[in-house]
Ligand binder design. Structure first.
Ligand code: BDR
Ligand code: CA
Length: 310
C-alpha cells in the first residue's frame, strides 16, 4: 500500500479522483487537504467531507488549507463547476468534523513524522504545499513522489497560455517545481483533454446502479455542460482522476523527463508551464511530463473501481 495525501479543491473531477482513490486498496489515503480554487476553501472542505461520507469513509481526516493564492487574488470557477463546486451531486451537509489543524501544519507534521516517504497527489492550486515547503524545507526529503494535475505542455484553458490550477497560484507552482522533490509527475491539459467524459462513458458509470454511480454520473453530466456548450467538446475532460489513475496504473500514460518552469512575470504568459521537451534550455529535467494516455484503459479502470462501491 502506498501512503498518500491528496491536496484538492473539489470540484467534480476532484470528487471523482477522491472516489477512485478511496476505492483502491493499493493506496493508503492518510489524509485530505483542501485549498481555495474551484470554489472557496470553506466549500472545498465541505465537499471533500461529503465525498468521504458518500464513499463510506468518514474516518479520513480532512484539513482545510489556504483561503487564497500567495500573491494573486482568488478567482474561482463556478462557471464550470456550479455554485457548490460539485453541482449535480445531491449530497447532504457533512457530519464528519473538519480536522482541527491547518492543512499546511498537517502536511508538515505528517511528512516529518512518517516512517517512510509519502506520495502527494495535487489536484488544485499548489498553495498549501508551497507554504509548507517555505515553512519547513526539510519536508522535501519525506516526499516519495509528487503527482499533480496542472499546466499543459501545449495550450491553456483559462488563457491561451495557462491552465486553471497553475494560473490560480503561479508563484506557488514555481516554489513547488523548483523545490528539488525527487520525483515529480505532471499530468497537464495535453493529456487530460484525451480523457473526455462522453455520454457513453457516463452511462457506463450510471449503469453501475449504485448511489456512487448515480452521483458520479450526475456530477459529470453537469460538469460536461460547460465544455459542450462553450467548446463543442463531447463532454468534460476528466482532469484530476488522471493523477490517481497514474498512481494505480502508470503504464496507461506515456511520460518523458523534461525541465518545467512556471512563468510568473509576463502578463501575456502568466501561469504558463514552459515544458522543455527537447532539452533546449540545457537544464536538468525536474519532472516526468505526460504526453499520452490510454483513454479506454483509463475509463475501464475508473468504472471498475467505482463499481466496487455497493
Ligand atoms: C483543473 O482546474 C479545475 O477546474 C479542475 O478541478 C482541475 O483540477 C483543470 O484545469
Ligand atoms: Ca481540481
Amino acid at each position: 500500500m502506498r501512503p498518500l495525501i491528496i491536496d484538492c479543491d473539489p470540484g467534480q473531477d476532484d470528487a471523482v479522483a477522491l472516489l477512485l482513490a478511496l476505492a483502491s486498496p493499493e493506496l493508503q489515503l492518510l489524509g485530505i487537504t483542501t485549498v481555495a480554487g474551484n470554489v472557496s476553501v470553506q466549500q472545498t472542505s465541505s465537499n471533500a467531507r461529503r465525498i468521504c461520507e458518500l464513499a463510506g469513509h468518514p474516518q479520513v481526516g480532512v484539513y482545510a488549507g489556504c483561503p487564497r493564492p500567495l500573491l494573486r487574488p482568488l478567482e474561482t470557477a463556478e462557471q464550470v463547476h456550479g455554485k457548490t463546486g460539485i453541482d449535480g451531486a445531491d449530497l447532504p451537509e457533512p457530519k464528519m468534523p473538519l480536522g482541527s489543524i491547518h492543512a499546511v501544519q498537517y502536511l508538515i507534521d505528517t511528512l516529518m513524522a512518517a516512517p517512510a516517504p509519502i506520495t502527494l497527489a495535487l489536484l488544485g492550486p499548489m498553495t498549501n504545499l508551497a507554504v509548507a515547503l517555505v515553512q519547513q524545507p526539510q519536508i522535501v526529503d519525506h516526499i516519495e513522489a509528487l503527482v499533480f494535475m496542472g499546466g499543459s505542455a501545449f495550450e491553456g484553458n483559462v488563457t491561451p497560455a495557462a491552465e486553471f490550477n497553475i494560473l490560480t497560484d503561479p508563484h506557488a507552482a514555481q516554489v513547488v517545481l523548483s523545490a528539488g522533490i525527487r520525483r515529480v509527475v505532471m499530468l497537464g491539459l495535453n493529456v487530460t483533454h484525451q480523457v473526455i467524459s462522453t455520454p457513453e462513458r457516463i452511462e457506463r458509470i450510471r449503469a453501475l446502479g449504485t448511489k456512487v454511480g448515480q452521483t458520479v454520473a450526475a456530477m459529470l453530466t453537469f460538469y460536461g455542460k460547460f465544455d459542450i456548450e462553450r467548446y463543442g467538446l463531447p463532454g468534460g475532460p476528466l482532469h484530476d482522476p488522471c493523477v490517481i489513475a497514474y498512481l494505480l496504473e502508470p503504464h496507461l500514460f506515456q511520460t518523458q523527463p523534461c525541465y518545467v518552469e512556471v512563468e510568473t512575470a509576463s502578463p501575456l504568459n502568466l501561469g504558463r508551464t514552459v515544458v522543455d521537451r527537447w532539452g533546449a534550455s540545457g537544464q536538468p529535467a525536474n519532472a516526468q511530463v505526460a504526453f499520452g494516455v490510454n483513454a479506454q484503459g483509463f475509463y475501464d479502470l475508473l468504472t471498475e473501481r467505482l463499481g466496487r462501491y455497493q
